[in-house]
Design a protein around this ligand. Structure first.
Ligand code: HEC
Length: 153
């Protein structure tokens, strides 16, 4: 017997146990994953708190923004009325890169549009839609915004 091989043999049952528990984790996760496809779960943090924590530093608590730093969010409803505006809102870096999960971000953006901009999105953003949008954050959001609101003929 080579030195060390005894230890390898002895560790096999432990590896088997780990693989088995891995399967259990998958079984436990499956219902959660199918729930996500149906309806978004409750956000981990209520949207007003998430907004205060992650957005208000730049956009202020009431959304009015800070001139030269961050735009007024009370006016973003107009973006929902133009082609591509809905996608823009999910891809603008402050949104796409917010340190929250997809379901929380969907709830947060729906809340901002409803409570701050008074323009509830119809249909509401879902975690799935947000996941697709935030995967491609805008590199030049200001140019994208100009193209949306002032399209050249
Ligand atoms: C560090 C400052 C900062 C933070 C934090 C921030 N933003 Fe922004 N946000 C900006 C800036 C600057 C812009 C203008 C576009 C750009 O340059 O990215 C912007 C643009 C936006 C827009 C598009 C507005 C428009 O009229 O085009 C939305 C919507 C938005 N932010 C929402 C949020 C939300 C929601 C959060 C919190 C999750 C957040 N932002 C966090 C700075 C910030």
């Amino acid at each position: 017997m080579k030195p060390g091989s005894g230890r390898r043999l002895a560790s096999r049952p432990a590896l088997g146990a780990r693989a088995r528990s891995g399967r259990w984790i998958l079984v436990l996760l499956l219902p959660t994953m199918s729930n996500l496809a149906k309806a978004d779960p409750e956000p981990k943090r209520p949207p007003p708190e998430a907004y205060a924590l992650h957005c208000s530093g730049c956009h202020r608590l009431d959304g009015r923004g800070i001139p030269g730093i961050a735009p007024d969010l009370r006016e973003i409803g107009v973006l929902l009325d133009v082609d591509g505006g809905r996608d823009y809102l999910g891809r603008v870096p402050g949104v796409a890169q917010a340190p929250v999960g997809d379901a929380d971000l969907a709830a947060l953006l729906n809340w901002v549009l409803t409570e701050i901009a008074h323009a509830p999105p119809d249909p509401a953003y879902t975690a799935r839609e947000i996941a697709k949008l935030r995967a491609h954050p805008l590199r030049d959001p200001l140019a994208a915004r100009r193209a949306l609101l002032d399209p050249k003929p």
